[in-house]
Design a protein around this ligand. Structure first.
Ligand code: AZA
Length: 309
């Protein structure tokens, strides 16, 4: 046969969990976390594909049960810790599973105020934005935890403070340059942690307890929103680069920042055909939101290794 199994992974996707944490001194005071979990396993599983031999398969149903049981038995805040717990579990428990990758989407539940005070156990889903963590762990000697964190589906728009001119012009170009346009995107940002700082699960716990993942998530989100608002953007490319370099500057243990941003066009419409209505340039008030096609701009900015002395 002239083909071979060159890659294989399997597991459970879309495992949904909500965990409630009660304040021991007042059980009506609670926190919640809602997650959608994916776990993929790799290792000596080849014959399950090539020989229909199921003996190496830890059933995906078992993977789902494990997510529920470890969610009950361990601390799942922040999601980087829970993803690391899952990846560590599968590579430790099964000798023939050599790599596990846990990907967690945390849905947004924000405590809300009632009569001016934060309610102890009522939350609002304020938007589609989610927080992401992905942890990969292999069982080879000295292998580290490879952790990625991120934000997805944070939708933003600014109605001025964005330009686009000076681009390549050729015989296919119809786009007009502008010094004032609407800029809108769904932020998809992720940052990769330096694996050298995460040699075992205790390192992950240590940094989680010290607030590293939560503080960095807040810093990345704030930096993204601040720069988006404050900068007079030359392009999506330039803005995402500036945000990425700022995040790398702020958090020492972040090695790389990746952005994938749709440029969701809002097209200024010419209404001059109707009684000479002025709606272009400085008179622009009416725009047509277009869902497609959209620009799609991606980048990864990586920390330069420190110079050797
Ligand atoms: N980047 C932008 O910010 N705006 C654009 C582009 C681009 O690459 N292309 N058209 N409009």
């Amino acid at each position: 046969m002239s083909s071979f199994l060159s890659s294989a992974a399997y597991g459970k996707d879309n495992v949904r969990v909500l965990k409630v944490k009660r304040d021991p001194t007042d059980p009506s005071k609670q926190e919640v976390i809602e997650m959608t979990v994916q776990v993929l396993l790799e290792g000596e599983i080849e014959t399950s594909y090539t020989n229909a031999d199921n003996s190496s398969i830890v059933p995906t149903d078992t993977v789902k049960n494990t997510v529920h049981i470890l969610a009950k038995q361990t601390d799942v805040w922040p999601i980087e810790r829970f993803a690391a717990t899952l990846a560590d579990h599968f590579t430790s428990k099964y000798n023939h599973i050599h790599k596990a990758t846990a990907h967690i989407i945390q849905h947004r539940w924000t405590r809300y105020n009632v009569d001016g005070a934060p309610h102890p156990h009522s939350f609002i889903q304020d938007g589609t934005e989610v927080r992401i963590a992905q942890v990969s762990k292999s069982d080879t000697k000295n292998s580290k935890f490879h952790i990625k964190s991120g934000i997805k589906d944070l939708t933003v728009l600014k109605s001025t403070g964005s330009m686009f001119y000076g681009y390549n012009v050729c015989d296919y170009t119809t786009l007009k340059p502008t010094t004032d346009r609407i800029l809108s995107t769904d932020v998809d940002a992720s940052w990769e942690w330096n694996p050298a700082a995460f040699t075992n699960i205790r390192d992950v716990d240590y940094h989680a307890n010290a607030g590293l993942f939560d503080n960095s998530y807040n810093a990345a989100r704030t930096t993204t929103l601040r720069t988006f608002a404050l900068e007079n953007s030359a392009s999506v490319q330039a803005t995402m680069y500036n945000i990425s370099t700022e995040i790398i500057k702020k958090v020492d243990l972040i090695n790389a920042v990746t952005f994938s941003l749709p440029n969701k066009h809002y097209v200024n419409v010419d209404l001059s055909w109707h009684k000479g209505i002025k709606n272009l340039g400085k008179d622009a008030e009416i725009f047509i939101p277009t869902s497609d096609p959209n620009g799609l701009i991606k980048s990864t900015v990586t920390r330069k290794p420190a110079a050797k002395l």
